[in-house]
Design a protein around this ligand. Structure first.
Ligand SMILES: [Zn+2]
Ligand SMILES: [Zn+2]
Length: 159
């Protein structure tokens, strides 16, 4: 469920956002301990310092490979810091950031075609271990489809 999103043409204002959207999160997930049954993660398990440890060779912690400038201690640029912060926000479970990337990737619409009252849905629900997931486990659902899916997810209705 934490696989990278397949590449497609998207328009995002900043280059670092393209890096976020098409990141292969495997390396980051290998460093952190996600609580899959929690909707929001604890910073001590998935914090920036755990996700992007400081390096002794003075190379940026974000993974871009750029050497740190004289007044830099972790990130080579503000974009590197913003890249890391968005990845943290996604894995933490911060709605607005997830919504922002989903909108650019999938468009703001439900699979049924409705475009109003969209909810951010965990495809594999948190109840079944989908917490702390990557963008690939999220989708937009309209209110009606979300109610239907929740019934199935929670076993209130047969599949
Ligand atoms: Zn960097
Ligand atoms: Zn729908």
């Amino acid at each position: 469920m934490n696989h990278p999103l397949p590449h497609r043409e998207v328009t995002l204002p900043a280059y670092y956002q393209h890096r976020v959207l098409f990141l292969d999160p495997a390396e980051i997930y290998a460093r952190i301990s996600v609580q899959p049954f929690a909707r929001h993660q604890k910073p001590e398990h998935v914090g920036l310092k755990v996700m992007f440890p400081k390096r002794s060779d003075r190379i940026c912690s974000c993974g871009c490979g750029t050497p740190l400038g004289p007044r830099r201690s972790r990130w080579a640029s503000d974009d590197c810091a913003a890249f890391a912060a968005d990845i943290y926000a996604i894995i933490y479970g911060q709605r607005d950031t997830i919504k922002y990337y989903l909108k650019h990737y999938n468009g703001y619409k439900c699979k049924c075609g409705r475009v109003r009252k969209m909810k951010v849905d965990h495809i594999i629900p948190v109840k079944h271990g989908g917490g702390g997931c990557w963008l690939s486990n999220y989708q937009f659902l309209c209110h009606a489809c979300h109610v239907e899916k929740t019934k199935v997810d929670f076993g209130w209705k047969g599949k």
